[in-house]
Design a protein around this ligand. Structure first.
Ligand code: KIV
Length: 270
């Protein structure tokens, strides 16, 4: 079982874990049964991600996901997970203004989330401030932000050029300054994610961002090697093969994140 405290996770415990050098183990879940398995097998943070659209609803991107859908799946997850911190993802367009974001965030918190996640910096900095001032903890998400798929022209690694890397470093400091308590870094070269993590006042969670982040997240269906009809990115690892069962796969992932063996160089971008 987990060597992390079995009392329920709270937002201040994220900074405490980082200060103590304990890696944060995060996974997505969308329903009560899987949430229960995650909770019982060493997962600290459960993200009710808008990846829901791609891995549960069968859509081509995350863009059609709605606030109603995230609120519904957050309620399902909250019934299954007692210990893990639940983080609900703002779907596309639902965090376009502070008032809209606040209304959606209140629904997510009332559905059982303890934190909300939003993609990007720029005008989102005001939204982070607006939410945090109103007692809603925020997780930021930078790098390959899937809601930017139309602008990016696909799901592409970010921060490879000097200017883009400098902008990511600047945005990472800005989201923390605005009040975010956690930062997901997706699809960025491992060396850049390591620099950002070293400079960041808040814990970082990597997905396709190398082993030097303060924690890791994967989409549950990818960890279980399920064919979702989408191309698997390089950073995805099927833990079911070594875990032998769903619970074993989740345990193997949690152990590999905690001992730093996942992600290795084969599951990271140079
Ligand atoms: O929606 C999601 O699952 C996410 C993770 C990939 C970080 O945002």
């Amino acid at each position: 079982m987990s060597d992390t405290p079995q009392k329920p996770w709270t937002v201040p415990m994220l900074a405490q874990a980082r200060a103590e050098g304990r890696k944060l183990v995060m996974l997505t879940s969308y329903d009560a049964s899987f949430a229960r398995v995650l909770d019982d097998n060493g997962v600290d943070l459960i993200l009710i991600g808008d990846s829901l659209g791609m891995v549960v609803m069968g859509m081509a991107s995350t863009l059609p996901v709605t606030v109603d859908a995230i609120a519904y799946h957050t309620r399902c997850v909250a019934r299954g997970a007692r210990h893990a911190l639940k983080i609900a993802d703002f779907p596309f367009g639902s965090d376009a203004t502070p008032e809209q974001a606040h209304a959606a965030a209140v629904r997510f918190i009332q559905s059982g989330a303890a934190m909300v996640k939003l993609e990007g910096a720029g005008y989102k900095l005001d939204i982070i401030r607006f939410l945090v001032e109103r007692e809603i903890p925020v997780c930021a998400h930078l790098g390959l932000t899937p809601q930017s798929v139309l602008r990016m022209g696909g799901f592409k690694v970010q921060g490879r050029e000097d200017a883009a890397a400098a902008k990511l470093r600047e945005d990472a400091l800005a989201v923390a300054e605005a009040g975010a308590a956690l930062l997901v870094l997706e699809g960025v070269p491992a060396a850049l994610a390591a620099q950002i993590t070293a400079a960041s006042p808040i814990p970082t969670i990597g997905i396709g961002a190398g082993a030097d982040c303060d924690g890791q997240v994967l989409v549950l269906h990818d960890l279980l090697g399920l064919d979702t009809g989408h191309r698997k990115p390089k950073f995805v690892k099927d833990f079911l093969a070594e875990g032998g069962s769903v619970a074993g796969a989740i345990r193997a992932y949690a152990d590999a994140v905690r001992d730093g063996s996942f992600p290795d160089a084969d599951h990271a971008y140079a």
